[in-house]
Design a protein around this ligand. Structure first.
Ligand code: ADP
Ligand code: ADP
Length: 229
């Protein structure tokens, strides 16, 4: 069985179907790009894989264990300890400095203040934004904010990083820099990455591309997912 896998995932929002039987396999250490046009179900798939959303039907397994059947509390614990998430933009707490934002997941996990701050500063340094440690998000550019968000998503050293259009709000240069950092750090940490994007240039950062077509099952009934490249 794969490191992270989905079988026959079905999910609707009210009457709007988002996933209609999706199969995905992700191996440990891979950087997988999940692509497809807007509205095809990429975000919904990512939320199901990350244990944020429960599918209506189908299974999600991580390291040989079903996670879709876990309680909300158990899935929240998994997200705190094993998974990191990075969204498009605006995840930083406006009232906190960069260092405080990056330290936050560690503080929530029970790490002491001094140790959390030291780790936060180290991760800001790895993202090339150590000099912004005491600034608040409103004083930073979009690219700088997103680098801080990357630091925050990796400070707990997750085994899997889920990214949903992580550069969607950035200009192309800032986006390339952020993606370069994500890929470099993921390789260093042996982090598995699931990268959701509608942008082919962003998808090219993946080792492999999984194309999602309209959340709809293919004619074989085996699922919608076709691997490319
Ligand atoms: P219900 O489950 O009661 O039928 P929906 O799932 O349709 O409700 O909607 C849940 C929430 O998502 C609502 O706040 C709604 O405004 C919002 N929403 C509805 N349609 C969309 C959409 N296509 N994309 C994003 N959000 C939506
Ligand atoms: P993508 O990430 O590929 O743009 P999504 O997973 O966001 O696709 O959406 C898949 C489908 O589900 C779309 O038709 C979208 O409008 C609908 N949808 C997504 N979120 C909601 C929501 N909260 N409420 C209702 N419909 C939603």
């Amino acid at each position: 069985m794969s490191y992270l896998s989905a079988r026959g995932l079905v999910r609707s929002y009210g009457r709007t179907p988002a996933l209609r039987g999706v199969n995905v396999d992700v191996e440990e250490g891979e950087i997988v790009a999940v692509t497809g046009p807007s509205g095809c179900g990429k975000s919904t798939l990512l939320h199901c894989l990350a244990g944020i959303l429960r599918p209506d039907a189908g299974e999600v397994s991580y390291r040989g264990q079903r996670i879709d059947t876990l309680s909300e509390g158990a899935r929240a614990a998994l997200r705190r300890t094993e998974f990191g998430v990075l969204f498009q933009f605006g995840q930083l707490v406006a009232e906190l400095t960069a260092a405080e934002n990056v330290a936050l997941p560690l503080l929530l996990a029970g790490t002491g203040r001094r140790e959390a701050r030291t780790a936060a500063l180290s991760w800001l340094d790895r993202l090339g934004v150590a000099d912004l440690a005491d600034q608040r998000p409103g004083e930073m550019s979009g690219g700088q904010q997103q680098r801080c968000a990357v630091a925050r998503s990796l400070v707990t050293e997750p085994r899997v990083l889920f990214c949903d259009e992580p550069t969607g709000a950035l200009d192309s240069l800032a986006g390339e820099q952020v993606l370069g950092h994500i890929v470099r750090l993921a390789r260093e940490q042996r982090t598995t990455v699931v990268l959701v994007t509608h942008d082919v240039q962003v998808a090219a950062y993946g080792d492999r591309e999984i194309m999602l077509r309209d959340g709809a099952a293919d004619p074989t009934g085996l699922g919608t997912v076709a691997a490319q490249r």
